[in-house]
Design a protein around this ligand. Sequence first.
Ligand SMILES: O=P(O)(O)OC[C@H]1O[C@H](O[C@H]2O[C@H](CO)[C@@H](O)[C@H](O)[C@H]2O)[C@H](O)[C@@H](O)[C@@H]1O
Length: 277
Amino acid sequence: MVRFDAHTITPAGRAGLAALRAEPGRSVVALDFDGTLAPIVPDPEDARPHPDVLPALARLGPRLAGVAVVTGRPAEVAVRYGGFAGVPGLEGLTVLGAYGAERWDAATGTFSAPPPEPGVAAVRAELPGLLAGLGAPEGVRTEDKGLAVAVHTRQSADPAGAFAALRAPLAELAARHGLHLEPGRFVLELRPPGMDKGMALTAYLAERDAGPVLYAGDDLGDLAAFAALERRRADGRPTLLVGAAPEVPALAERADVVVPGPAGVAALLTALARPEG
Ligand SMILES: O=P(O)(O)OC[C@H]1O[C@H](O[C@H]2O[C@H](CO)[C@@H](O)[C@H](O)[C@H]2O)[C@H](O)[C@@H](O)[C@@H]1O
């Protein structure tokens, strides 16, 4: 069983954990995908959940008011890579993809997504020429996400250097086409403004009439979800913020507890799924 002592979890987080254990039927567990459920890997197409994640979620799901995956991935990609469809116990799972712009519900098997914004097509067309003109190093990769385009530097020889060099020109390209630049772990994503994980999570929690909430994330895009739960906490509602990446200080500093990546998240979910919690 995973136990957290007073030195590794904040008092508010401990209260959130106690509430989750005491009232599972009113509780929601919401989880980021990459870096939280799935280990970070060099090629984004290779990301798959830690092997203990699905069994734990399948045990937890029927006991909770809701389980959601809140991800920057397109919903369809997250469902496919996650292996979430048709899993007994996950009939109530919801995937909020593209930072909440897209949605998939296991209960119906249906996807919903808005039409792509014209700025995304313009960026898609301009990006190869821009990257060539900037002399983007070998290993810089683009990921076409449908509603957004992402530029990855992880596979270049100097991921941090390439990230720093590309950030301003990509921000300028995004702004010129009415898009927002979303920075992440060696990724710069050009996507439409107007939606973030905090807005998506808040709407989902209202829909489920949620009580206690656990959110786990590993990257800057998860800060909006943390902020949404910090507001709930300020209203006296129990929450548990889990940071899944000690190496991302902006998130780890705001977490109630920091666990070592998807293996740590899986261990926490497995412990929560036990009858004794
Ligand atoms: O919101 P998330 O579920 O955390 O998705 C964020 C981005 O994750 C993916 O990129 C990250 O994971 C890759 C696979 O481990 C890794 O190679 C990359 O360096 C990371 O930035 C994904 O490719 C993006 O589309 C997501 O927005």
